[in-house]
Design a protein around this ligand. Structure first.
Ligand code: GLA
Length: 698
């Protein structure tokens, strides 16, 4: 017996050890840390040493604050341990670290300054489905390189953490395959100035051969239509609205769509749709890539889905450094392109030949952000030159203007843009003016009034979920400034392969497929100018499907031009909605949680009465009729985009003007809950109980 007891203890211990010891996983292992949302620099991981506050630690993940990282634990983690601090670099900084156990803050550091020895963190994670690691930078220093050093997760035996994509099912391609019957994808309005050349290609999809006709052409004297190029051309001298219709026919059917050519002083009546070179190539753009991209936009069918602009961003002028003024401008002051672009008129013609409008980039300062020749003191001359070349769009980027600006407010922020608007308006060509100054001076409030057609609202965006969320937060209050002729611009899109993205993963971007659905849905429903930012010669099918969903683009291109407002929250589901020209409502149920979540768009709370027919916009599928609310299970970080049509006597509650009215109620309620406003308030729990009649399949 005496000998038996120790043997029993040993064998019990052997049985017990594997289950209790668990596994140690290092945060710097591939697959865990790459999706850190780090705005100012590329995060990195090292397993052979990192120095923090003069101490050398074995390994770590380094990222520029502010940043966040979501790690999927699936209830299988026990503990997180790390040492935190700032990487030893010369520039001083202050960073604060936080650990969130799902939505609960479980650990927070003090403000840690450079050259402080590492601080230890140890957090119990039992049962947590995910955790978020966060670094914030002190305002005074703006950024700082923080390190999660020797960071480990203790997991249950045989279990591993995942990145955020592993926390929820990921959506695949939802866009249905292209239909064979014709579909006219044009917005139903287009604005041109009296007497200026009209350049408009009718976007139509469907199997060829397709014949396209314009009905009512004779009512617009001077307007021409070439059925081969599908282009409206000529010029219309007399201001006014010219109602036309497009008719497309092929072996599978006929499509017809009403269209109004509005000849007046307003351009960009719907948000510009196009491609911009910056996110795809940065300054490594050249004329050959422009030509090839234009051809790709046509051959991929993007032009037929309504993508109408191709814009060359920074890098086409002559670089200021190492050149003389005579290298940068001709004797008469005409701006020159650099050797990579050659004759700009020929390049514009080549782009136009693919049915695309041609865009260009400059700065009100002496140089562009990349150090190329800007338009300072040459504004009217440059606008005239652009018009001669055939430019249709100008992105005008603040860059070095701060060096030559004087004063504050009006002089600093508004004048350079007002001046270029005047120059473009008198150039003799319709040139859309895109103000790019990262939201300075509350540009959304005055951009349209000084002749801007869209205005960047934030600094540059990268392919991080945190960037998509911060765009939503920023645009939450800006929607009321957008409308026909002037749009809030949240920056170029980050789906597909960009110069910033990772080369592996979902089409080349760090965004998960679900996050990409949210990205595109939000750009669409907030009426953002949508500028594709990826390399179209290296495009995967998933990314193409995101860009060619005609019903999604229709939400963006609706003639009413109403940008969505965030009207309600249901837990972590945020509901954005907007009215559409045909009386329907477009709504996005955005899941801010990384976990699949059920969300309800509650009709009574939001001033909708009666029953509504609901259509899934991405899947282009009818979902049935809903009363009281529409309910959907939304995968982590994804968005369900729907359109709702009132059935019978359904509509908005008496006295409401549109579905966005609830935005104001929410803001008031945030401070003081309202009682008894019948238009909105759910009077009982059953008001949010959905009644759903499935559509009978025909
Ligand atoms: C700024 C703009 C970008 C891009 C670059 C070009 O950063 O915000 O969109 O145009 O300049 O240098």
């Amino acid at each position: 017996m005496r000998r038996l007891i120790p043997a029993l203890v040993v064998s019990l211990a052997v049985l017990w050890l594997p289950t209790s010891w668990g596994e140690t996983v290092h945060l710097d292992e591939p697959g865990l840390w790459e999706r850190i949302s780090s705005y100012h620099g590329v995060p990195s991981a090292s397993s052979d040493g990192v120095r923090v506050g003069g101490v050398r630690l074995a390994r770590g993940v380094t990222a520029c604050a502010p940043n966040t990282l979501v790690v999927g634990l699936h209830g299988e983690a026990r503990r997180f341990e790390a040492k935190v601090g700032l990487r030893d670099v010369t520039s001083p900084a202050v960073v604060r670290f936080r650990v969130w156990r799902e939505r609960e803050l479980v650990w927070e550091s003090a403000d840690i300054v450079s050259n402080t020895p590492p601080t230890s963190v140890s957090v119990d994670l039992t049962g947590a489905r995910y955790m978020t690691l966060e670094m914030t930078a002190s305002r005074a220093f703006y950024t700082g390189w923080g390190v999660w050093a020797d960071a480990t997760l203790e997991m249950n035996p045989g279990k591993r953490p995942t990145d955020v994509a592993g926390l929820s099912r990921q959506l695949g391609i939802l866009t249905p395959p292209p239909a064979k019957a014709p579909r006219i994808n044009a917005a139903s309005v287009f604005g041109v100035r009296p007497g200026n050349p009209v350049f408009y290609r009718v976007p139509v999809t469907g199997e060829g051969p397709l014949s396209i006709e314009v009905v009512g052409l004779e009512k617009a004297p001077g307007l021409t239509f070439d059925p081969n190029t599908r282009r409206l051309g000529g010029a219309v001298a007399r201001p006014g609205d010219y109602p036309l219709a497009f008719r497309a026919k092929n072996a599978y059917g006929t499509a017809e769509k009403g269209f109004v050519l509005k000849v007046g002083d307003r351009l960009a009546l719907t948000p510009p749709l196009g491609w911009n070179s910056w996110n795809a190539f940065a300054t490594a753009i050249d004329g050959e890539k422009v030509r090839r991209t234009a051809a790709r936009m046509e051959s991929l069918g993007l032009v037929d889905h309504g993508w109408a602009y191709l814009t060359i961003d920074d890098g086409w002028q002559v670089k200021a450094k190492g050149t003389t003024p005579a290298d940068r401008r001709a004797a008469d002051g005409t701006v020159r392109s650099n050797g990579r672009f050659g004759d700009m008129k020929a390049l514009a013609d080549a782009v136009h030949a693919h049915g695309l409008k041609f865009g260009i980039y400059s700065s009100p300062g002496p140089t562009t952000c990349g150090g190329y020749e800007g338009s300072w003191l040459h504004e009217f001359q440059d606008a005239r030159t652009y018009a001669q070349w055939g430019v249709d769009y100008l992105k005008y980027d603040y860059c070095s203007y701060g060096q030559v600006a004087y004063g504050e407010g009006l002089d600093r922020d508004i004048c350079p843009y007002a001046l270029m608007s005047r120059a473009l308006a008198s150039s003799g060509r319709d040139i859309v003016h895109s103000l790019c100054q990262q939201g300075r001076g509350n540009v959304a409030e005055w951009g349209a009034s000084i002749g801007g057609h869209c205005w960047r609202t934030t600094p540059d965006r990268f392919d991080f979920w945190a960037d998509v969320v911060s765009i939503m937060d920023c645009h939450a209050a800006l929607w009321r400034h957008a409308g026909p002729g002037g749009w809030n611009d949240p920056d170029m899109m980050l789906v597909g392969k960009t110069v910033w993205g990772v080369r592996s993963g979902f089409g080349g971007t760090r965004l998960t497929p679900n996050e990409q659905y949210t990205h595109v849905s939000i750009w669409a429903i907030t009426c953002a100018p949508m500028m594709i930012g990826c390399d179209l010669e290296d495009l995967d099918g998933f990314t193409l499907s995101l860009l060619t969903n005609d019903e999604v683009l229709e939400v963006n291109q609706d003639a009413l031009g109403a940008a969505a407002a965030p009207i309600d929250d249901d837990g972590e589901i945020r509901i954005w909605a907007k009215p559409m020209a045909d009386g329907s409502v477009a709504a996005a149920l955005v899941n801010l949680s990384p976990l699949e979540t059920e969300g309800r768009f509650c009709f009574v709370r939001n001033g909708l009465t009666g029953a509504w027919r609901v259509r899934d916009v991405w899947r282009q599928r009818e979902l049935g009729t809903f009363e009281r609310c529409f309910r959907a299970s939304v995968p982590g970080h994804a968005t369900t985009l729907v359109r709702l049509w009132p059935v019978g006597s359904a509509g908005l509650a008496a006295g409401l003007s549109d579905v966005r009215d609830n935005y104001w109620r929410r803001r008031i309620e945030a401070h003081r809950p309202l009682e008894g406003d019948k238009n909105f308030k759910a009077s009982s729990a059953t008001d949010c109980e959905c009644v759903h009649q499935q559509r009978k399949e025909q």
